[in-house]
Design a protein around this ligand. Structure first.
Ligand code: KG4
Ligand code: ZN
Length: 339
């Protein structure tokens, strides 16, 4: 079964052709990060226009690379949320149009759920359910009791900023390029994680919930005192930047590790399925391997950590196996989806 995946929820237009839920025949991502860099975050109007410009040529290229004709596609899968509604609409309307013209079904996919499937897709060996699903992305930080593909209980989520968003905001404060995660990780390699004692966000009576906005403010205050200006990038020495990057990264990852360990212990889980752009961090993967060796961590393949359409197509195949019914044309793009 050939599934064409389409992803346009934020600042990446992505197309993929996946065979039988796992075999990736093509996986193309047209990133717009360079367009948004000077603004320190994604500008929705710019993102939408860029999606419109690139989506059709990218589909053509994706099919070509997969050595597939449009007529051979059995199912069209599209991320319909969560994300920027305008951006999502470009992918969704493209999927609907293809579905109408080709007379092939289309299926709406939850982008966040697909991030978790990216990990399952990266591991051919079977996964024993239940396990802990962990989303660490630019828009989400969630712990889920994963009973099966498509069956989740939300254990905890962030009450303010997502972890990736915190990396991006702290990077902006320090005058580092967008997206902030990779530049903070690179600087942190030569920094001292103990240089700035930062407190992780603990929420009373909610052991699996997260809060990163306090940590972000603590970064600002520890660098420049309580009256620091919030708007402008701070003037810092390279050593200050390295030490702060290392301290912030360590505080954020300690928090993640502690809450995951606690959820695994309390729910008797041994396997953790990770998803989302922050799992791109080699530092995070290393910390789990050295400090929590008893937890079996399933990480997405590095090519599937950031937003991509292979995870959308792959998850759609799995959904189709249990319910082979396409979506109606009145489905809409949604900015938020609750588990
Ligand atoms: O999952 P994703 O591609 O987009 C969303 O669905 O949000 O995640 C993007 C996020 C950005 O906030 C970026 O800063 C973060 O992932 N990220 C990282 C690293 N690489 C990307 N965060 C920490 N360390 C990294 N190496
Ligand atoms: Zn994402």
């Amino acid at each position: 079964m050939y599934v064409l995946g389409i992803e346009s929820s934020c600042d990446e237009t992505a197309i993929s052709v996946v065979q039988d839920g796992r075999k990736i025949l093509s996986n193309l991502v047209a990133s717009q990060a360079y367009l948004h860099e000077e603004f320190g975050g994604v500008v929705p109007e710019l993102a939408c226009r860029r999606h419109v410009d690139v989506i059709i040529p990218l589909i053509k290229k994706g099919l070509q690379e997969a050595n597939t004709q449009l007529e051979e596609i059995d199912l069209i899968a599209v991320a319909h949320g969560p994300g920027l509604v305008g951006a999502l609409m470009i992918g969704l309307n493209t999927a609907k149009a293809l579905s109408l013209v080709l007379e092939k079904p289309y299926l709406c996919i939850n982008h966040v759920e697909a991030h978790l499937y990216a990990s399952l897709m990266s591991h051919p060996e079977s996964v024993e359910f239940p396990c802990l699903g962990v989303i660490l992305s630019g828009g989400h930080t969630s712990l889920l009791l994963m009973k099966n593909i498509g069956e989740y209980d939300l254990l905890g989520e962030t009450l303010d900023d997502a972890i990736g968003e915190a990396f991006d905001k702290v990077a902006k404060m320090m005058g580092l390029p967008y997206p902030g995660g990779p530049s903070i990780e690179a600087l942190a390699r030569e920094g001292d994680p103990k240089a700035f004692p930062l407190k992780r966000g603990i929420i009373k009576d909610k052991p699996y919930h997260f809060s990163f906005s306090g940590l972000k403010t603590a970064v600002l205050y520890s660098l420049k005192g309580q009256n620091a200006p919030n708007q402008k990038a701070l003037q810092l020495t390279l050593t200050e930047k390295k030490n702060m990057a290392a301290s912030f990264q360590r505080a954020a990852f300690d928090d993640i590790m502690q809450k995951i360990q606690c959820a695994c212990r309390n729910y008797g889980l041994y396997t953790v399925v990770f998803g989302g752009g922050v799992t791109n961090s080699k530092t995070l993967r290393q910390l789990f391997a050295t400090r929590l060796p008893d937890i079996r961590c399933l990480w997405p393949h590095h090519s599937l950590t950031l937003d991509n359409a292979a995870m959308i197509a792959g998850l759609a195949y799995q959904k189709w196996q249990s319910n082979p019914l396409g979506d109606r044309f009145d489905r809409e793009a949604v900015s938020r989806i609750h588990f």
